[in-house]
Write a protein that binds this ligand. Structure first.
Ligand code: BF8
Ligand code: SF4
Length: 651
């Protein structure tokens, strides 16, 4: 059994530590225990030199056996594995995007509604019109549904295009588009890119490690400037473009006297309708009649981020807290959709009254109750699920309940439109003040800190150390995914707490504008909001004409998912250096490893950097940003000027 010290070496926040301790008392196994059981991880796997793409193998590369049975060497095998991971990550984000486009199409055709005002609909017509125009769709004097249908059909074409290049690429700066063209990595249809990845990596096809890696970058672009971007755009149209919203984070948001329902996964369609169901008066009455004071709806992982951004639904926790949330004994139901949902939830739930409900036909787990929200009357279907959770309230065993007190306030909801609005106000919404602040060295640079939590690291530690080190040095931090939840749990997503840590220049700007120095931009697909912001900064002028010239970096601090590999690749091929807190499984090939961690700079002006220590990462990030500033000629010593009232108003 773990002692307190060993528990504290696994998790950073007190709520998680308390629940991990309770897991010992309740005899519930968690991912932290299973990580111990898996400790002696396979060296061939971690080096990337195990190949099982055909059944003459598996083949493993060693000094004595430098080639597989077919003759494939370490370079080929490592690059093939890397491409397969990138393709899987791309497919996850992009399929999420596809489901949303299909939802938009159904809504435009008048389906997916209970009545005119209930069920799914187009919440943000402004976002629809803006994006339709971006794609060249006629909007003048046309019905909203007709425009939505055209946009949905165009976006479906982004998945199925065989010969045409992705239209969404045109949202990137022209110079970057030119680099993709010159390097031959402009993706065609998203589905084609993923299928081609599988084809290329099957036995006897592509053996040139560089050619394989180029297809990894090409495929990742079909995610970042394709599937994920489309997912964010369509989510905003269907559910509303986020704007700053207050909420709170960590397991302390659960309540002893309410029915507690957790939503977990990634796709916002189900959670949106559940959020609507929970706030309907008949459901509130139903909860009261069951003896509860109300319903607490909260989220885990990126589904949580989606409904936080749009409705202020609190964050129960990030990926490695999913089992810990059940161990509170106070969760009536966890409703899951796709991605990052651990099969281990079922065994954890068996120890309590918690019911796990899966909602998507493509993601089932034995032991979970499967209920889908169909095309007709989605709101009624969602209400029925919530009623079932309420019915389960009476089964809660009070003797097993222990809810940690920890919860922190937060501000989220920073879509690109919201950031522009905060910076420039309603009539002059723009990135100009941010660009000026960077040019004047009030803000030294920008870092996007994204990604997961991983049992190989103490949860949230790397994220929080690095974030603190960077804002101290006046680097504005943009966050998404589980990294943002990590900062939220540490109480860093409030202007007050974070401003105490920020360097003087960054603090000045944040105070003048009224934003925290760490901005929560949303879920993992919303990493494309970071690219969108970067593209807007380039467009605004004064910081070069390409994403690759910006004083900006990306960081996947505690990543574990294949999605993070795809994200990292689309950042690098978009010209943004990416720091990893965990290594890729590529060390078995010097050629592959060296290209990804250095050689790629020649092609894209960016590459990957692995640092196990967040302090060292911070140091190197500062050097890279400094070099970008030098190249832009904005490192000239400018006279520091304190803001007077007029400057603040101008900002
Ligand atoms: O898509 S950050 S652990 S929840 S993979 Fe998963 Fe990683 Fe969390 Fe969101 Ni992204
Ligand atoms: Fe072995 Fe080649 Fe088959 Fe891979 S493709 S398992 S290296 S024979």
């Amino acid at each position: 059994m773990d002692n307190k010290d060993s528990i504290l070496s696994k998790v950073s926040d007190n709520a998680s530590a308390e629940m991990l301790e309770k897991s010992r008392i309740d005899c519930v196994e968690t991912c932290f225990d299973r990580a111990e059981h898996q400790k002696a991880q396979c060296g061939f796997g971690t080096k990337g030199v195990c190949c099982r793409v055909c059944h003459m193998g598996p083949c493993r590369i060693t000094p004595k056996a430098p080639k597989g049975i077919c003759g494939a060497d370490a370079d080929t095998i490592v690059a093939r594995n890397f491409l397969r991971e990138t393709a899987a990550g791309t497919s996850a984000h992009s399929d999420h995007g596809r489901h949303l486009v299909l939802k938009l199409k159904a809504v435009a055709e008048g389906c997916n509604q209970d009545s005119k005002d209930e069920g799914y609909g187009i919440k943000d017509e402004k976002a629809l019109l803006k994006n339709a125009k971006l794609y060249g769709i006629e909007t003048e004097n046309r019905e909203v549904n007709a425009i939505a249908l055209d946009l949905a059909n165009l976006m479906l074409g982004e998945f199925s295009a065989q010969e045409e290049y992705l239209k969404t690429l045109s949202l990137a700066p022209l110079k970057r588009q030119g680099i993709w063209e010159a390097k031959g990595i402009k993706p065609r249809g998203i589905d084609r890119m993923v299928v081609e990845s599988l084809h290329r990596t099957s036995i006897g096809v592509d053996h040139d490690y560089k050619n394989l890696l180029m297809h990894a970058f090409r495929t990742s672009l079909s995610n970042g400037w394709g599937g994920s971007r489309i997912a964010s755009i369509v989510s905003d149209i269907l559910f509303g473009t986020p704007s700053p919203v207050k909420s709170s984070a960590n397991l302390g948001i659960l309540k002893e006297d309410t029915v507690n329902i957790l939503i977990h996964g990634h796709e916002p369609a189900i959670s949106e309708i559940l959020a609507a169901a929970v706030s309907s008066p008949d459901i509130k009455d139903y909860a009261k009649s069951a003896g509860a004071a109300g319903i607490t709806l909260a989220g885990i992982c990126c589904t949580a981020n989606e409904v936080l951004m749009r409705h202020g639904v609190p964050l129960a926790g990030n990926m490695l807290q999913q089992e810990l949330s059940i161990i509170t004994g106070a969760v009536e139901m966890m409703i899951v959709d796709v991605q990052c949902v651990m099969p281990g939830l079922i065994d954890a739930a068996k120890n309590y009254h918690t019911e796990i409900v899966s909602t998507t036909d493509m993601a089932k787990t034995i032991g979970a109750l499967h209920i889908t929200v169909g095309e007709s009357n989605p709101l009624s279907a969602a209400k029925n699920i919530i009623k079932r959770a309420i019915d389960n309230f009476k089964n809660r065993d009070k003797s097993k309940v222990k809810i940690p007190k920890d919860k922190e306030d937060l501000i989220a909801g920073f879509s690109v439109d919201a950031i522009k609005y905060m910076l420039g106000g309603r009539f002059r919404a723009s990135f100009r003040p941010l660009n000026d602040a960077i040019i004047q060295n009030r803000i030294f640079g920008v870092a996007g800190i994204v990604g997961c939590t991983n049992t190989k690291q103490k949860t949230d530690e790397y994220i929080n150390i690095l974030t603190e080190e960077l804002i101290k040095r006046n680097v504005l931090v943009l966050q998404t995914g589980c990294a943002a939840i990590g900062s939220a749990k540490a109480g860093r997503l409030t202007p007050e707490t974070a401003l105490k840590m920020a360097g003087p220049g960054l603090r000045e700007v944040c105070e003048a504008v009224g934003i925290p120095p760490i901005l929560h931009l949303g879920s993992c697909v919303d990493n494309t909001r970071i690219l969108e912001a970067a593209a807007e900064i380039v467009k605004e002028g004064g910081l070069g004409d390409d994403l690759g010239t910006l004083p900006a970096v990306g960081v996947a601090a505690e990543w574990m998912s294949e999605k993070a590999i795809s994200i990292g690749c689309y950042f690098v091929s978009s010209g943004v250096d990416v720091f990893l807190g965990n290594p890729f499984y590529t060390s078995g090939s010097e050629n592959v490893h060296n290209y990804l961690h250095g050689g790629a700079t020649e092609d894209f002006n960016a590459c990957f950097h692995y640092y196990a220590d967040p302090h060292e990462a911070a140091q190197r990030i500062i050097e890279i940003i400094n070099k970008a500033r030098d190249n832009l000629g904005i490192n000239k010593k400018t006279e520091r000027k304190l803001f007077d009232m007029k400057d603040r108003r101008d900002l």
